[in-house]
Design a protein around this ligand. Structure first.
Ligand code: BES
Ligand code: MN
Ligand code: ZN
Length: 497
């Protein structure tokens, strides 16, 4: 789907879309068009339940007096509620509808709205952004789909009095969307296609955008002493990989922002094997790494003025005769030893070495890790918020604000030291499971052992990477959660500073 911004004109064909605010009042250009079609729009509003509530849709087919095949009214809601975010959702709603009607082109008139929370160009750009995010499809493995079933929408023409500035705003957004789509693609790929080496190969492709990418195999990681990460991967036929990506968009004196991702390309649980029902979902256990790679792509795509390093620990957690056993003791890169009580608590083992390595090598100004770490976070917070665990109030405030702005929300969880008691081991420095109870917090306390003084936040995104339902700006499936959150957090606080 091609998105363009132009001045307002009468389209030759396709769908012509106008907004209507709550109460059913047409926007300026809509009212003008209504006169051209002999009042058909107002009559249609009267004859239907359409009242201009946010996201409502009403179609008038083949109206006399214009060339368009269809006029669609889309509800904008109350002007006071019309934020950038709301406009994205409205754009997404409209595109979902257009994908089902078979229209090939749609021209959307976006007039400035008095009293709205965003100006005309912001409204237009955000509408296009939401539409684009909703238009995502993962079709790679469909070979028999009839063309009749395929959406036909080819072009979206956003008509606005502020086309030039809307285009500028949207061009950065479209780069972020590329990062979101990359994350969705990576999460959706099955584990026979996406394993540590192919995940690394995908990251390598970012070098085209100016990202410096290094990839370490098991030999190199052994010399670094990454016994915790390597232990998780040792039962798999796939070689574990450490992926290091660097985007240097600021002067070399700026300490980097570090992003660290859990990249378990499939989590069977290992010898502590998971029940088979629903295990296929564990292809998404690399969702944290997808967020990191997607964010690197977004930052490089829009040439962000910031230094960011992304590190991914990529492993496959399998049971086999070479797999690690419950009770094994491994030595992490930090030198601390870990008793592996449960091989299914593998994410924290991977992150232990990835976090230590990142902070030791890059001395970042802040460090954020993202991981589908615990089922317990879903029990705590459901599918609305990711859990955030942190040693730094300011970092939490920044993440919370960015999460609200992008609707990729985070909720702070406690990290009192009493929660660390349960990961004491009889024979090693710690064990890899705590509890009973508060499973997400003991996991975070485990990670904290591999973080020194750097301001750090851990995002447990187990519920977020594959939501139960689609949303206005995301079809059902992988969400790409984290890319918009991190991109916004970085843009608002670390860029050009
Ligand atoms: N990848 C899982 C966590 C998970 C579960 C993510 C469900 C998304 C949906 C993680 O590696 C895991 O298995 N965690 C265990 C920890 C336990 C053994 C202490 C869990 O949550 O049950
Ligand atoms: Mn696991
Ligand atoms: Zn896992």
């Amino acid at each position: 789907m091609k998105t363009t911004f132009t001045a307002i004109s009468a389209p030759a064909r396709g769908a012509l879309v106008f907004g209507a605010i709550d109460g059913g009042k047409l926007t300026a250009t809509g009212a003008e068009t209504d006169r051209k079609v002999g009042g058909a729009l107002k009559r249609a509003i009267k004859a239907s339940r359409f009242s201009g509530k946010k996201g409502q849709l009403l179609s008038v087919l083949q109206p006399k007096g214009v060339n368009a095949d269809r006029i669609v009214l889309v509800g904008l809601g109350k002007p006071a509620d019309l934020t950038a975010l709301a406009m994205r959702e409205i754009g997404g709603k409209l595109v979902a509808d257009l994908l089902s009607t078979g229209d090939q082109t749609a021209s959307i008139v976006i007039d400035p709205i008095k009293g709205a929370k965003a100006n005309g160009s912001q409204l237009a750009a955000n509408f296009a952004y939401g539409a684009h995010l909703r238009n995502y499809r993962f079709d790679r493995y469909r070979t028999t789909q009839k063309t009749d079933d395929k959406p036909r929408l080819k072009s979206l023409k956003i008509m606005t009095g502020a086309a030039a500035s809307a285009r500028t705003i949207y061009s950065a957004m479209s780069k972020v969307a590329e990062g979101v789509f990359a994350a969705r693609d990576l999460v959706t790929e099955p584990a026979n296609a996406l394993y540590p080496k192919t995940l690394a190969a995908e990251a390598r492709k970012l070098s085209k955008l100016g990202v410096r990418v290094e990839i370490f195999g098991e030999v190199k990681m052994k010399t670094l002493g990454m016994g915790a990460l390597l232990g998780v991967g040792q039962g798999s036929a796939c070689e574990s990989q450490l992926i290091v990506m660097r985007w240097n968009g600021a002067s070399s004196s700026q300490k980097p922002v570090a992003l660290v991702g859990k990249g378990v390309t499939f989590d069977t649980g290992g010898i502590s094997i998971k029940p088979s029902g629903g295990m296929e979902a564990m292809k998404f256990d690399m969702g944290g790494s997808a967020a990191v790679i997607g964010t690197m792509k977004a930052l490089a795509g829009r040439k962000a003025k910031v230094n960011v390093v992304g590190v991914v620990g990529a492993v496959e957690n399998m049971p086999s005769s070479t797999a690690q056993r419950p009770g094994d003791v491994v030595t992490s890169m930090s030198g601390q030893t870990i008793e592996v009580i449960n091989t299914d608590a593998e994410g924290r083992l991977v992150l232990a070495d990835a976090l230590w390595y990142t902070q030791k090598r890059f001395k970042p100004q802040i460090m954020i890790d993202l991981a589908t770490l615990t089922g317990a976070i879903i029990v705590s917070l459901g599918y609305e918020y990711a859990g955030v665990f942190s040693n730094d109030d300011k970092l939490v405030a920044r993440l919370t604000a960015a999460g609200e702005a992008e609707n990729e929300k985070v909720w702070r969880m406690p990290t009192h030291d009493n929660y660390a008691k349960s990961i004491k081991s009889e024979i090693a420095d710690m064990k890899n499971v705590g509890g009973p109870g508060a499973g997400s917090i003991s996991a975070a306390k485990f990670l904290e052992r591999f973080v020194n003084d750097v301001p750090w936040a851990h995002l447990d995104i187990a519920a977020m990477v594959w939501p139960k339902e689609g949303s206005d700006i995301c079809p059902k499936g992988a969400s790409g959660y984290g890319v918009r959150l991190l991109d916004r957090m970085i843009a608002d606080n670390y860029e050009g500073k």
